[in-house]
Each structure stands twice: as structure tokens, then as C-alpha cells.
Design a protein around this ligand. Sequence first.
Ligand SMILES: CC(C)(COP(=O)(O)OP(=O)(O)OC[C@H]1O[C@@H](n2cnc3c(N)ncnc32)[C@H](O)[C@@H]1OP(=O)(O)O)[C@@H](O)C(=O)NCCC(=O)NCCS
Length: 327
Amino acid sequence: MTAPAGASRSGAGPVTVRPMAEADLDRADEIFRVAFGTFLGIREPRTFFETADYVRTRWAADPRAAFVAEVGDEVVASNFAADWGSVGYFGPLTVRPDLWDQGIGRRLMDPVMDCFDTWENRHLGLFTFSHSPKHVELYRRYGFWPRFLTAVMKKQLTGAAAEVPGRLLYGDFPAAGRPDALSLCRALTGAVYQGLSVEREIVAAQAQGLGDTILLQGPGSELDGLAVCHCGAGSEAGEDVCLVKFGAVRPGPEAPDRFERLLDACEWLAAERGLGQLDAGTNLGRPDAYRHMIARGFRTMLQGVTMHRPNEPGYSHPDAYVIDDWR
Ligand SMILES: CC(C)(COP(=O)(O)OP(=O)(O)OC[C@H]1O[C@@H](n2cnc3c(N)ncnc32)[C@H](O)[C@@H]1OP(=O)(O)O)[C@@H](O)C(=O)NCCC(=O)NCCS
């Protein structure tokens, strides 16, 4: 019988790194929960993140971008890379707590950096704990530099949400219409930051039944906004929660109004699904987006820092009305 994560003190022997396989998922998921729960001092680390799922959903989204480290033939750590077109980010990186500070985390940086080389992403990033010198230094060694804080926020939803005219759901498109819907989404995200594409997230949410993507019709043929939403247990949101994994509106003078409409549409989707909480994060390098969210009743539940390579804002600048947190 395998010792539970965090309990065996085997000491690190030779470490090997390889792509994650389906058979690794239970172990990797357990380590993911125990590692964060231990770092944050949770009483029962194993239950951390409750019904939310990151490991299985990210592996299923792109198994070639999920990696494990093994000591002997035992999985002891994992990491994931995400390809958002011109943007790439990674995480969650987690190592079994009794093996921290033995170089295993660094070993799992190499395959994600190789992914970014292959994908030729122009702007790379990650979300981490701003209060941890270890985390900041670990990632600095790979060329990342800390910039603005990112607020991961939540809003309790009470009562019925107003309907939002012009809201479409990707899941309602027939298969033949989906390529066009995806290219409208690409056009919108490309207007926010050249080459940015969250197609992977839209398709993964749909294919795995994690939630749906809101498309806001504009006055012309372009979209006014989009939001990839995870809904409920088994997704990144968890039970009773709708999580905006990525949301953005078309830039321009009317972007603040579009942003309000997008947030209305997210609240509406949550209400339709019977979910009582809306989670959404934004970088504080997007000050007006943050202000709008606070004014609507969002409150920060977790604050971290994003680290960027190169040390440039990417799409975290004052004119960007974007929701994401790179967790
Ligand atoms: C963060 C985590 C993945 C790191 O894995 P790890 O295997 O412990 O890290 P490593 O040993 O490979 O590297 C840590 C580096 O930070 C350095 N470091 C540690 N404390 C430091 C400090 N106070 N100041 C500067 N550098 C420090 C270490 O020296 C080490 O580098 P070295 O091996 O070249 O000396 C692991 O601790 C973990 O799972 N934490 C909980 C979950 C988590 O926070 N994940 C990351 C979210 S972004």
C-alpha cells in the first residue's frame, strides 16, 4: 500500500521527470491538495480545495502539458503549462511536503519552459504567493519578475439576476457554428493583447462539461465580451461556485460599460446554474477593472503576485478590462 502524501519521509533519491499519465492522477491530485494545504497551514491539508479540481481537468485539457516528478517509481510532484496563444503560463506546481527544498520543484520547471519554447509564447507568467521569498526566487531564476498583485475575489449572489440581452453561450452553438464562434473569440482576445487566445479553455470547459463560455454580441459582427466560466464541483470552481477562468471585453472608450455587462452576464449564468457564489480575479495593474468589481460587491479572498517574463505588463495595464488570475 502506498504511504499517504506528506506522510512518508523517504528522502529524495534520483528524481526523474516525465509527462503525466492517467494512472498518476489520483496521486498528483492528493499531492496538490496536501502541498497547498500544508503551505497555508490548513488543519486538514488533504481536504484543501474541497470539491474543486485542477489536476484532472488540466491534464485532460492537454496531457502533453502536464508533468510529474518521480523518486523511484513514486510520483512526488507535478506541474502544468497552459498555451494561450502569445501568452503562456504555468501551475499549479506542487511537491510533496516532506521533499520540499531538495530541488524537485526546479526539476519541474524545465518541462514547462520547454513547452513555452515549443509554443513560442511571447509573454510568460505565473501567479504565486507574494509573501514567500522562496517562491519569488525560484521563479526569478527562470527569468520571471514580480509585478502587480492579483486579487482573487468572490461575490455572494442573492436573488434573481437580470437577463443580459445579446448573451450567447458557446455550448448552445451547433458543432458547425463553433469554429466561427472561436474565431470571434480569438479576434476579441487578440484586440486585448496581440495573439492572445483562450480557445484551449473554451474547448476544455465544453468538452469536459466544466461550465460554459459567455459570448456577448456587439452592435456589429464583433463580440463585446467573452467569459469562460467553470461551474460547480469537479471544475476549478467547486461546489456552489461559478468561477470566471478568463473574461475580457473589447477595448475602447465603452469598455467599462461592456465590462459591467459581462459581469451581469456572469451573474446571470451563475443564477441559471443555481450557484450561490461568483469567483473572479483581476490583476491590480488593471485598476479600473478592479474598481468596478469592488463596487459591485466583490471582495478579495486571496491575494498573490503575478510574475512575468519579460518584465512587461502584457495585458495587465490600465485600459485592460480582463478577468483572470493565472492560478
Ligand atoms: C513551491 C514548491 C513547489 C517549491 O518546490 P521545492 O521542491 O521545495 O523547491 P526547490 O527546492 O526546487 O527550489 C527552491 C529554491 O528556492 C530557494 N529558496 C528557499 N528559500 C529561499 C529564501 N528565503 N530566499 C531565497 N531563495 C530561497 C532554495 O534555495 C531553492 O533553490 P536552490 O535549490 O537552488 O538552493 C513547493 O514548496 C510546494 O509544493 N509548495 C506548496 C505549493 C505551492 O506553493 N506551489 C507553488 C505555487 S506558485
